[in-house]
Design a binder for this molecule. Structure first.
Ligand code: V0V
Ligand code: CO
Length: 165
């Protein structure tokens, strides 16, 4: 595999791909997980939100306190017994749950990946953190890691600046 592609070449393959956005970790208890990242690494909580559509309580941490996208860890804790994250924890225990990529247009990125034969989970994007719009690609089509696409809200003060260029 060529590891030296420039961002312009990457975006030509998936137009509007801006960079890595966050890594999602499934945890059974946020109040136990947060102190680990805070006290061992010095990460700071920059955002907290309950997402009732996704049935998760979610916390974003970064190294800087600025909440710059691309430098974020997202902890997700299930809010319901029948939620996707609860199933994940029961099956696999806490650990890496998803890797999120920022895109400029989640509808377009989803439709391109669907045309390439990947199982994009939602027909239309759903509500993500801080007013973003999100969609996912099934982990069985990506080599085992659930892939999230995220389009930030235009008004988001952390609105995305490419970290690949
Ligand atoms: C399930 N599998 C995974 C996985 N979840 N593998 C890697 N990473 C994951 N996260 C494996 C599981 O171990 C089984 O493999 C197989 O997939 C089962 O597939 P399935 O029957 O479709 O499994 P379900 O019912 O557990 O559903 C999996 C999917 C579900 C991916 C469809 O988790 C889903 O809808 N996820 C999208 C929503 C989501 O995850 N939301 C939480 C983040 P074996 O054991 O059979 O080999 S919310 C978020 O990130 C937000 C709000 C944000 O960033 O703004
Ligand atoms: Co996420």
């Amino acid at each position: 595999m060529c590891m030296t592609s420039r961002p312009s070449e990457l975006t030509a393959v998936l137009p509007g791909l801006l960079g890595l956005d966050h890594v999602g970790i499934a945890v059974s208890d946020l109040e136990t997980a947060i102190p680990f990242y805070r006290d061992m690494l010095g990460l700071q909580v920059v955002h907290r939100e309950d997402n009732l559509d996704q049935q998760v309580a979610e916390v974003m941490l970064t190294t800087t306190g600025t909440g710059l996208t691309g430098n974020q860890l997202q902890l997700v804790m299930p809010l319901a017994e029948n939620s996707a994250v609860k199933r994940f924890l029961l099956r696999r225990g806490s650990g890496l749950h998803h890797v999120a990529y920022a895109v400029s247009d989640v509808r377009s990125a989803s439709s391109i990946l669907r045309q390439r034969g990947l199982r994009v989970l939602y027909d239309a994007p759903r509500a993500g953190t801080r007013g973003s719009q999100i969609n996912f690609v099934h982990p069985k089509d990506t080599g085992g890691v659930l892939l999230e696409l995220v389009e930030h809200a235009a008004a988001d003060p952390h609105s995305f600046q490419s970290n690949w260029g």
